[in-house]
Design a protein around this ligand. Structure first.
Ligand SMILES: [Zn+2]
Length: 253
């Protein structure tokens, strides 16, 4: 029952993230005006705004101009709902759960914006750092130890530092946005899971890029932003990184 409510809540919030992804890089307010079709600009009514359901009923087309609506809208809604439910499953109702919702939400929004525009808004990274510091502080007070904060700062230095080094060695092969992003993620994940994130994001980035090129979904000239892979790597590490590390060490040590 509670899980279902969390799932629905996530799906609803995901529909708001679609608005954020569309509007933040365009410098538009995320609250006002109400949603409209990006193609014909017709304001959308309540029946157009039921997450996932409206998309299915309208068969993925705007009911006013017939323009196709990207599959990404229901995808982000479903993903957010599922993620919230998974986090509830592993954390229960706790302060960590609330903070984890905030963190993965940022990852989802940043992925969408970087994929579309190849930019990572500083504002979102700053929100992530602010939230991360607060999370580490509360964690430290509740558990009466500074170890989380230390791990977070090490993660931040390590994550940002490795990408900064790559940017320096490759003379600009890594964007400033990516460096700041992984720094922020390091604060949340701590240094161990930041290493896992680095491995996963390079592995997935290489693998998925080859796939996109092979199947001609993207051409060599298309920019393939690295931010979404960092976010995906961080997302996977955050949910399953410790299990992954354990399995790895059992296999090789
Ligand atoms: Zn339309």
């Amino acid at each position: 029952m509670v899980k279902g409510v969390i799932l629905l809540f996530g799906i609803l919030i995901g529909s708001f993230f679609n608005v954020c992804i569309y509007r933040i890089p365009r410098g538009e307010s995320i609250v006002f005006p109400s949603s409209h079709c990006p193609s014909c600009k017709t304001p959308l009514g309540p029946k157009d705004l039921i997450p996932i359901v409206s998309y299915l009923i309208k068969k993925g087309k705007c009911s006013y101009c017939g323009q196709r609506i990207s599959l990404r809208y229901p995808f982000i809604e479903g993903l957010t709902g599922l993620t919230y439910m998974l986090l509830y499953d592993s954390l229960g109702f706790s302060f960590s759960f609330l903070f984890s919702l905030f963190f993965v939400s940022l990852l989802i929004i940043i992925t969408g914006i970087d994929y579309d525009h190849q930019i990572i808004p500083d504002l979102l990274v700053l929100w992530g750092i602010g939230g991360g510091v607060l999370y580490r502080l509360i964690e430290g007070i509740l558990e009466n130890t500074a170890i989380g904060m230390v791990e977070g700062i090490l993660g931040m230095v390590l994550g940002g530092g490795v990408l900064l080094l790559i940017a320096f060695l490759s003379k600009g092969g890594m964007g400033g946005g990516d460096i700041k992003l992984l720094g922020m993620i390091g604060l949340w994940l701590g240094w161990k899971l930041t290493i896992v994130t680095l491995f996963l994001s390079f592995f997935l980035g290489g693998f998925i890029s080859i796939f996109l090129l092979l199947f001609r979904i993207k051409s060599r000239k298309d920019p393939i932003p690295f931010g979404p892979f960092i976010c995906l790597g961080a997302y996977l590490s955050y949910l399953w990184g410790n299990a992954l590390l354990q399995a790895y060490f059992q296999l090789f040590l």
